[in-house]
Design a protein around this ligand. Structure first.
Ligand SMILES: [Mg+2]
Ligand SMILES: [Zn+2]
Length: 188
């Protein structure tokens, strides 16, 4: 039975390097190559059962760069959703543009997050953004939610490279660590 979820708290999730395995620098375009991190399901289950709405917010510049088309990217999303059995993802937002297109939706710009916060009447003070890059943490700041950096994907390298900029964000080994942190931080 799906849990009826009327809460105003949510966790925004980066996709590549956070929910699903990313080899840094490789643009995933094959649905058969979608692999969840070992602790992804455990982490998402905790958040979901604690009443958090879950949203995927993803930059998919591989489309704008001409590496793959939108349908291929959506097939990867479907493959991911299939593996997240038992966990409801409320929504998926993605930016299909390349950085040089100067669009208004690519993270860290706040548009994708602001739309969700407004549409679902969320309270940003009760929301979190989990991601593996500095841009995810900047995005968190830009939408007024707390950012949590995971050390999967690009996380470990980013933490080193941007030690100062990322110093104020909680670092967690993976999604399960991030979920534990979020539940310990909960504003009731
Ligand atoms: Mg990522
Ligand atoms: Zn965009």
């Amino acid at each position: 039975m799906p849990i009826k979820n009327t809460s105003n708290k949510a966790v925004f999730l980066d996709r590549d390097g956070t929910v699903i395995f990313e080899k840094p620098g490789v643009y995933l375009s094959d649905p058969k190559k979608v692999v969840l991190y070992k602790n992804t399901l455990a982490g998402l289950k905790k958040l979901y059962e604690a009443g958090y709405k879950l949203f995927i917010i993803s930059n998919q510049s591989g489309i704008g760069r001409g590496y793959f088309d939108e349908d291929t990217m959506l097939a990867v999303m479907s493959a991911m959703l299939k593996k997240l059995k038992g966990i409801k993802i409320e929504g998926i937002s993605y930016c299909p543009h390349a950085p040089n297109e100067n669009c208004n939706c690519r993270k860290p710009l706040p548009k994708m997050g602001k739309q969700i916060i407004k549409g679902y009447k969320l309270n940003p003070k009760k929301c979190f953004m989990i991601g593996d890059k500095k841009s995810d943490m900047e995005f968190a700041e830009n939408i007024g939610v707390e950012g949590v950096l995971v050390l999967t994907g690009n996380g470990r390298k980013q933490a080193k490279k941007y030690k100062t900029e990322l110093g104020n964000f909680k670092h967690c080994a993976d999604l399960k660590g991030a979920a534990n942190y979020i539940l310990s931080e909960e504003v009731l």
